[in-house]
Each structure stands twice: as structure tokens, then as C-alpha cells.
Design a binder for this molecule. Structure first.
Ligand SMILES: Cc1cc2nc3c(=O)[nH]c(=O)nc-3n(C[C@H](O)[C@H](O)[C@H](O)COP(=O)(O)O)c2cc1C
Length: 187
């Protein structure tokens, strides 16, 4: 092996393509793309967010939604990460359907089959940049991506992930082994 040190930028993979939905104080819906985000416990989502319209919205409303983007909405997901709600009505321009969450003061985007509806439990920072933790109040799922036992089946949903090394999106691939199972080969 020939080792090369790449410095402090992490190459942790995969990264999420989470679409974060929020309302501003006038009730206008917005969505942004977040890759530096993840599930920090079974019932919580955390993410790092810069100085964006979404940040100000979440600080004011204390709520947001998270929809993992799927393969049929690559262009819309990327659009939410390159345009800003400060100057554009991204909800209208994307053609996607934003409706009020039943559980929190934030919009859900109907076309995404899976959405976590969250209330903020911790913010380190302010509207100009923050590390935010949200408690999942409800997970909303389209029945078309459930298996026979009522579990979310990602092989039906085809979520996408972000590859920061090339700045591209990839689709989640095949099942390759059982968790808490494959390692038993060494026991
Ligand atoms: C693939 C991708 C991932 C991104 N991840 C993040 C992120 O984790 N945190 C962040 O603050 N901005 C991230 N961005 C940038 C925001 O999505 C972008 O600045 C967006 O315009 C903010 O929208 P808003 O101003 O309407 O809130 C990402 C953009 C892309 C394309």
C-alpha cells in the first residue's frame, strides 16, 4: 500500500441528501439540501447549517421536516441546494407540492415518500449558522415503499446519497449482508 495524507477534510461516506423543509414567519415554505446531517439517535436528527434562509426559519419556528431525497427527484433535490429562498420561491419553481405538516410547524413535500417531522430540541449557534438537533415527532411514509410487514423498504424507495469527493449523487445499492448477522461467521 502507498499511503497519502489528505489533510483534515473528512471523506466519510455516505453523506445524506436530506431535504429540510421549513416555513418563514409569513408562512412561506422553503426547502434546502443538507449533506452534513444524520440520525444522532433513533428519535433525533442533527445537522450543521450555515447562514441560510432555512436557518433563520428554523430558529424562528423551532420546527422542520427532513425528507431523504429519492432517485426520481435528483434535479429537484440539487435545486434546493443551489438556489436560496432568500430571493426565490423554491417551492413554486420546483413544481413540488408543499403542505402543512399535521404535527409540526413546517411543510412536508408530498412527492417525497418518506418524511420525518421534527421539533427543535437544541441549537448551538444562531440564524447565521448553527448545529441543530431535532426530535422526530412523526415519520410519515407513503405506503408504496412499505414491505409486507409494514417496514420501510429502501429497495422500493431508491434513496440517493452525496459523494463529496466528486460532487455527485449516487443511488443506494444492493443488500450485501445481514447486520448483527454476517459477523457470526467469525464466532
Ligand atoms: C449536495 C449539497 C449538500 C449541502 N449540504 C449542506 C449542509 O449540510 N449544510 C449547509 O448549511 N448547506 C448545505 N448545502 C447548501 C445549501 O443547501 C444551500 O446554501 C441552499 O441554497 C440554502 O437554501 P436556503 O437559503 O433557501 O435555506 C448543500 C448543498 C448541496 C448542493
Amino acid at each position: 500500500m502507498a499511503i497519502k495524507n489528505l489533510g483534515s477534510a473528512g471523506e466519510l461516506f455516505p453523506q445524506s441528501v436530506f431535504i429540510i423543509g421549513s416555513y418563514d414567519e409569513a408562512g412561506k415554505p422553503n426547502a434546502m439540501n443538507a449533506a452534513w446531517a444524520g440520525e444522532c439517535s433513533r428519535h433525533e436528527i442533527c445537522f450543521n447549517i450555515g447562514d441560510h434562509k432555512t436557518t433563520a426559519n428554523i430558529v424562528k419556528k423551532g420546527a422542520f421536516t427532513v425528507a431523504p431525497a429519492d432517485v426520481t427527484h435528483v434535479a429537484e433535490a440539487d435545486y434546493f441546494g443551489i438556489a436560496t429562498g432568500n430571493t426565490t420561491d423554491k417551492a413554486a419553481a420546483s413544481g413540488m407540492t408543499f403542505t402543512q405538516s399535521e404535527f409540526v410547524d413546517a411543510p412536508v413535500i408530498e412527492e417525497f415518500p418518506l418524511t420525518m417531522e421534527c421539533e427543535v430540541t437544541d441549537i448551538q449557534g444562531d440564524e447565521h449558522g448553527a448545529r441543530i438537533v431535532g426530535r422526530i415527532v412523526n415519520t410519515r411514509v407513503d405506503e408504496s415503499i412499505l414491505d409486507d410487514e409494514g417496514r420501510v423498504d429502501f429497495s422500493k424507495m431508491h434513496p440517493i446519497i452525496y459523494d463529496a469527493t466528486r460532487r455527485i449523487y449516487r443511488v443506494v445499492g444492493e443488500e450485501v449482508g445481514g447486520a448483527w448477522e454476517a459477523g457470526k461467521a467469525f464466532m
